[in-house]
Write a new protein. Structure first.
Length: 190
């Protein structure tokens, strides 16, 4: 029994040290906080149709979640987040290719799922630390060739997108170190 408790403790301790230890603050709770002391913000489900100016004061962010809002674009002013490692804009109304992501050099996790994005900018190839690219359920038909420059890329989620077998095979064979998540290929014209 003691051995089981010790093993359980070691397992939980190991999980705690391997996860990012940032404290994530809800947007509502940091309105009077010193922006230099906040590194992670959850501003999800706030019905924002644009990013508020006040958010740009939090220049030291490493994590930003603005998922489940009504954003139609990611403004260029977001380029102030030079330390950002995780950006989650899942389930918004973004249609334009979010060019500002290319100005976030430390991005490791980019979640763009469930938007209306039809293409990614070629400059995504500059995100050399990118590990996770989640573009699930967007009307994307092609990927920029520059994605092949992303040597640290571990996973790309493209489920819920109608893609033919040649597209899927091209990327799986071209980047075999990446775990590609596709739905079964469609029988569509490629």
């Amino acid at each position: 029994m003691k051995l089981l408790l010790v093993l359980t403790f070691l397992y939980i301790s190991n999980l705690a040290f391997t996860q990012d230890s940032l404290r994530i603050y809800r947007w509502e709770s940091i309105q009077k906080a010193n922006p230099d002391t906040i590194y992670a913000i959850d501003a999800s489900k706030l019905k924002w149709d644009q990013i508020p100016e006040k958010l740009y004061a939090f220049k030291n962010l490493k994590y930003l979640n603005v998922s489940k809002n009504k954003l139609k674009e990611l403004p260029l002013e977001m380029n102030v987040f030079k330390s950002l490692k995780t950006l989650d804009v899942t389930k918004n109304e973004i249609a334009e290719s979010p060019i500002v992501i290319c100005q976030l050099p430390k991005l490791q996790r980019l979640h763009l799922a469930r938007n209306k994005i039809s293409s990614l900018p070629a400059c995504i190839g500059y995100l050399t630390d990118l590990k996770i690219l989640d573009i699930w359920d967007n009307p994307i038909g092609t990927l920029p060739e520059e994605i092949s420059n992303l040597k640290k890329l571990e996973a790309v989620d493209m489920r819920a997108i109608m893609l033919g077998p040649h597209f899927q095979q091209k990327w799986q064979e071209g980047m075999p170190q990446v775990k590609w998540y596709f739905d079964p290929p469609c029988h569509c014209v490629e």
